[in-house]
Design a binder for this molecule. Structure first.
Ligand SMILES: [Zn+2]
Length: 449
């Protein structure tokens, strides 16, 4: 199934800085952890808002516009462009940005929501979903595609979010991760899941580094065929290049993790390009598998600690726990796989494969909100330019995930916006300088230092 628009190639301009060694101070951070559950918003009114004196990065990859004007009304963008090209409605509320950057809200193409509280899973429910979607939103992640373990409450939130009163991240869902034992069962499970109307069907084709059985090809082929029958795109969790190639031949529509066992070859690139398949690196997922063997540098980053309960950090600092991770052979194998993943990201971006920023955040110790920023910083370490990264985290991520109503600052889209005080095109680490988050034209309240 081919539902993605034409790919764009990206120029390369590697940066040498390292995200993980970055110890720079956050200039801005927001709510205390205890306030994160209680996000309110100003209600959208009929009055238009005009952002003026903005440096507009629209998420399409186009050069920034300065000075730019963007007008929103009733939750949507109604005008955007160079200041001398946009007519501001007479009744608009004017908001001068003083040359600061206006860009689309971030789209996490691979997250999870609703299941984990603290470091413990099994807490799925609406209250937990809303708390996490507010946390994502606080960090400027205005859309999250949850690729699996979604239950009825998640579907309900997905179905009720097309409103100008929205004040949390948008949620898109896949339902359960399917793990059929036979081709017949594959058909039955896809049918059951399709009845829920998911945005994706999700499977895992992985042996956890040789430790568990892997889904057989005839089973994933049956899943793919049946997903096609229902016209639902198939998202695949993979690890090995050979499996991913075979999944692409079987009709998979989206590669939700990096190839991590080997460097991607021309055949792989050809299979991705032939159907313009999108690829999500989830570099921070690899980081999460080993980084807590000692205390990560980001534990002292105020931009991180503003969004996390300190008890979680206390637990992750426990020496026995750290030692267990340091001695875990899988953790050390994933650690070794990270440089392969980073090289593959650069190879694929250079080859014109569309990259959709995604983290696999949501499971324990994969921190929603902060990890999307860390992911972008690591994408810069991998050699992508800030503009490539912004596009992959906004317009391309949205297009890859079939989110047609968000992701760029184009007329008609939801007004899901960020204002940054520092220029992310100078250094993608400036994404930490979030001053304002708007979702469907509602500005989130942001206590700030
Ligand atoms: Zn995942």
């Amino acid at each position: 199934m081919i539902r993605f628009s034409a790919s764009k190639t990206h120029p390369a301009d590697p940066s040498k800085k390292s995200a993980l060694s970055s110890g720079s101070l956050a200039l801005y951070f927001f709510c205390s952890a205890s306030a994160l559950g209680a996000i309110g918003s100003t209600t959208a009114t009929a009055q238009p808002v005009a952002f003026t004196d903005a440096r507009i990065i629209d998420g399409t990859g186009a050069e920034p516009i300065y000075p730019g004007t963007l007008v929103i009304n009733n939750g949507r963008i109604v005008a955007a462009g160079a200041a001398d090209q946009v007519t501001i409605p007479a009744d608009a509320r004017l908001l001068s940005l003083g040359g600061h950057t206006l860009m689309p809200g971030l789209v996490n193409a691979h997250g999870h929501a609703g299941g984990v509280r603290g470091l413990e899973s099994g807490h799925y429910g609406e209250e937990n979903l809303l708390r996490q979607l507010s946390l994502y939103a606080d960090y400027g992640v205005t859309s999250v595609v949850s690729l699996g373990d979604d239950e009825a409450e998640g579907f309900r939130l997905r179905d009720s979010q097309n409103t100008p009163s929205l004040n949390r991240a948008r949620l898109f869902v896949a339902g359960p991760v399917l793990n059929p034992a036979s081709a017949e069962q594959a058909v039955a499970l896809v049918d059951q899941t399709a009845a829920l109307n998911p945005d994706f069907i999700k499977i895992r084709v992985d042996d956890n580094l040789g430790r568990t059985p892997k889904m057989a090809p005839e089973i994933y082929r049956a899943v793919s065929e049946r997903a096609d029958f229902h016209d639902i795109p198939l998202a695949v969790h993979t690890f090995y290049q050979q499996d991913t190639k075979d999944l692409l031949r079987a009709g998979a529509d989206y590669v939700a993790h990096s190839v991590r066992d080997s460097h991607v070859d021309d055949e792989f690139v050809g299979l991705m390009r032939a159907r313009d398949i999108c690829y999500t690196p989830t570099l921070t997922r690899e980081v999460s598998t080993y980084i807590y063997e000692s205390e990560p540098a980001f534990f002292s980053d105020p931009f991180f600690t503003a969004g996390v309960e300190s008890e979680i950090l206390d637990t992750l600092r426990e020496p026995e726990r750290q030692q267990r991770m340091a001695q875990n052979s899988a953790a050390q194998q994933y650690k070794a796989a990270l440089p392969v993943a980073m090289t593959n990201l650069k190879l694929l971006a250079d080859a014109g494969v569309r990259i959709a920023m995604g983290t696999d955040s949501g499971p324990a110790a994969r921190f929603q909100g902060y990890f999307e920023h860390l992911e972008m910083w690591m994408m810069q370490d991998a050699g992508l330019t800030p503009m490539q990264i912004i596009q992959s985290a906004t317009g391309d991520a949205a297009a890859c995930m079939n989110l047609n109503d968000t992701g760029t600052l184009e007329v008609g889209k939801w007004a899901d916006l960020l204002v940054l005080s520092m220029d992310p095109l100078q250094d993608i680490r400036n994404t930490r300088s979030i001053e304002q988050v708007w979702i469907a034209g509602n500005q989130l309240p942001r206590p700030r230092f």
